[in-house]
Design a protein around this ligand. Structure first.
Ligand code: BDP
Length: 697
């Protein structure tokens, strides 16, 4: 089994009693209505139920059996409209659904009802999930509605099909064969996204190429949009700010120039002629060399608003990224996005969302939440998570990221007093945002199993589930995914979910424990590189972030240092500033401390670092052991694949541990505590390693 089917496997249910129950309750499928989306729901139910139940479940125009599955909207289905569920449906909104058991005239119906066809499709996937995870379906009474409106994958895919920070092959989009050839993968991609509630996809890299906005490419984009549409998946593009110069023949891209404004209006109209439900633009501007409004002395708001004005009549949105920093600004990089964007609060058009990374630096293995969350009450802020593991072992390390996402979402900003969590900022409830969204930088490519590492699928899965409902627990999502992807057996589930839940912390331990950050290899970000210095930009070196000297280590972001803590609301500022109360996981993020500083374990800082790094490696070994025991529960191909990748992870965890400890030891001048494994080589050996094969090199 190569993992291509993801979590939508639909193999015969193994537990006899459950199977019998399901067969009894789902004797036929009635989907009244004929739109492409309802047809997709019908096909999915037919394919899913036939596989799971091991018999062909018939389609019927009307309920005719004692136990029937009926799905539809009050508009498409006379049966649904006769059920009088309009009040409950109101709460479900545009994309939500009800899933309930209804008994009438001696007939038991399992009902999926929604206001829209997309809602029916989401409900269909929910029902299938219940079967796949072997839940009881005999008396259902569920409703579900998304907590954020725009639930979007960001593909960092280039037009030449390379993928920036992609570790699972090349881009899915085969521009050369589009628009004619529609690969089955496009459909399966859309199905997978719909199954977890993702409703938008940005096809192209934020480091954008304006060619994608030319007529020739728009025809190809339209073909993809047509393939995705039945699954409720809208297409978005990245818009390079200098496009008017590059493909428009203008002499400027100044957002206040009327010709430039007119160019974008025409361009947007052209896009909508090809793709009538086009979602809008994602823009990276004046960041890492990308052009932007500041090239013309204008603000981010000037730039975003110009595009927003062009998109507004067509219903499109602008997602303007807040990932900005500049090494000419002599201040802590962590402070720059806040300093640039906070003053612009309230100046953006209604159809602009500002897209903010989860932390203020850059998708590190662990970061405290971005101080912008809570700080812009009059501008909808979108969350940007990274699903691809740029800084978390890339393609080969097992790191289940739901705990990272949850840690951020559950952080309290105190913007409006206690309980003002990041999740409430993002879902709009804290500041009454009228538009809301969550984006995840995709980890998907042409590898047969889509994500390179089989367990990478779990990160795509849990990102989508969380974008729909951020209250879901990491454990629940892990279990759902494991059940659907591998097995419902308890003997398998218990150990593997524990392994998943711990895995993020494990990676943090062997890479960047205690709040260390950005100490990886130069440019490709693969492997350890705490010694990186003397590069053209200080904020791209490691020494900038760890600040190790013979006296100590860590970045002082309190009052005595960069005072980045002041960007947080008072209770958070106090928490992070206080040495006593600062959560240890952020210790060296906010504090510069002497090597003999006593941490909570009673050890001195240096010893604690040694223990954490060692712990990281040991935990990978535990993961290997856990996996070894699963041979009977997993098919040989996937078993071997994960087994081999864990072997790589163990080797690389040691590489991280040894390289970092040897390097930091040149400052601490203390021994690695007795009883811990000693590095296999000397520091020069690790410094000489130049990875030659990692993607992006
Ligand atoms: C960093 C990546 C870089 C991206 C940038 C971004 O290293 O490749 O272009 O973020 O988010 O994480 O724009």
């Amino acid at each position: 089994d190569d993992g291509y089917r993801l979590w939508l496997r639909y193999d015969l249910i193994k537990t006899e009693a459950k199977l019998a129950r399901y067969r009894q309750h789902l004797q036929e499928i009635v989907v009244q209505g004929s739109s492409p989306t309802l047809k997709a729901a019908k096909d999915e139910l037919k394919q899913g139920l036939s596989g799971l139940l091991g018999n062909a479940v018939n389609l019927s125009a009307e309920p005719s059996r004692a136990f029937t599955l009926v799905a539809g909207t009050p508009k498409s289905s006379a049966f649904i409209s006769s059920l009088n569920v309009s009040t409950r449906l109101q709460e479900a909104g545009q994309e939500g659904y009800l899933l309930f058991t209804h008994k009438t005239n001696g007939r038991t119906c399992t009902v999926i009802a929604a206001n829209t066809d997309a809602g029916v499709l989401y409900g269909a996937f929910h029902l299938l999930r219940l079967l796949q995870t072997e839940q009881d379906i005999t008396s259902l009474n569920l409703s579900s509605a998304p907590k954020t409106q725009h639930r979007i994958l960001n593909h960092w895919d280039n037009l030449d099909r390379t993928v920036e920070r992609g570790y699972s092959g090349f881009s899915l989009w085969d521009w050369h064969k589009l628009p004619e050839y529609i690969d089955q993968r496009y459909i399966d991609y859309a199905r997978a996204n719909a199954s977890i509630g993702i409703n938008g996809t940005v096809l192209t890299n934020v480091n954008a190429n304006s060619l994608v906005l030319t007529e020739e490419y728009l025809q190809k984009v339209a073909a993809l949009a047509n393939a995705f549409r039945p699954y409720g998946l809208k297409v978005y593009l990245t818009a390079r700010f200098s496009s008017p110069l590059e493909i428009g023949g203008l002499k400027t891209a100044d957002p206040l120039n009327p010709e430039v404004q007119a160019w974008w209006k025409r361009k947007v109209q052209e896009i909508y002629r090809h793709i009538p439900d086009f979602g809008g633009f994602l823009v990276k501007a004046n960041s890492e060399g990308q052009p932007g409004p500041q090239n013309y002395g204008r603000t981010h708001a000037d730039g975003a608003n110009m595009m927003a004005d062009a998109l507004a009549p067509m219903g499109g949105i602008v997602m303007w990224r807040a990932f900005v920093y500049d090494n000419n600004v002599p201040d802590d990089r962590a402070k720059q996005a806040y300093n640039e964007f906070k003053p612009l609060d309230g100046t953006f058009r209604k159809n602009v969302l500002v897209q903010v990374k989860n932390g203020a630096i850059d998708f590190q293995p662990r970061e405290p939440f971005h101080p912008l969350f809570g700080a812009m009450p009059r501008t909808p802020l979108m969350m940007e998570f990274q699903i691809t593991q740029e800084y978390l072992g890339q393609g080969t390390h097992l790191a289940y990221l739901a705990p990272l996402y949850k840690e951020v979402l559950e952080s309290d900003t105190y913007a409006k007093g206690k309980g003002s969590t990041v999740a409430k900022v993002v879902d709009g409830s804290l500041h009454q945002y009228t538009t809301t969204g969550m984006a995840g930088v995709a980890n998907i490519g042409t590898d047969r199993n889509w994500t390179g590492h089989h367990f990478g699928q779990a990160n795509w899965y849990s990102f989508g589930r969380l974008a729909w409902d951020h209250t879901l627990a990491s454990d629940q999502m892990a279990q759902e995914w494991l059940r659907m992807t591998f097995s419902n057996e308890d003997a398998f589930l218990q150990p593997t979910r524990k392994m998943m839940l711990r895995s993020h912390e494990t990676v943090v331990n062997y890479m960047t424990p205690l709040g260390l950050h950005h100490i990886m290899g130069w440019n490709h970000h693969y492997g350890p590189g705490p010694w990186i210095k003397d590069k053209p930009r200080a904020d791209w070196t490691s020494v900038y972030y760890h600040r190790a000297t013979e006296k100590g280590i860590g970045f002082d972001r309190t009052k005595t240092g960069s005072n980045a803590v002041a960007q947080y609301f008072a209770p958070v500022e106090k928490l992070f500033s206080s040495l006593k109360n600062c959560p240890e996981k952020y210790l060296l993020w906010f504090h510069h401390l002497p090597w003999d500083y006593k941490v909570s374990s009673g050890r001195i800082l240096w010893d604690e670092l040694c223990y954490r790094y060692a712990e990281g490696v040991n935990e990978v070994r535990d993961m290997q052991q856990t996996w070894e025991q699963q041979q009977n529960h997993v098919d040989p191909e996937r078993f071997k694949h994960v087994q081999t990748f864990l072997k790589i992870q163990e080797k690389e965890a040691r590489w991280w541990r040894d390289a970092c400890l040897l390097y930091f030891q040149t400052f601490s001048k203390r021994p690695i505590p007795a009883g811990l494994e000693k590095p296999a080589h000397d520091l020069e050996y690790y410094q000489r390693i130049e990875p030659k094969f990692a993607p992006g090199i």
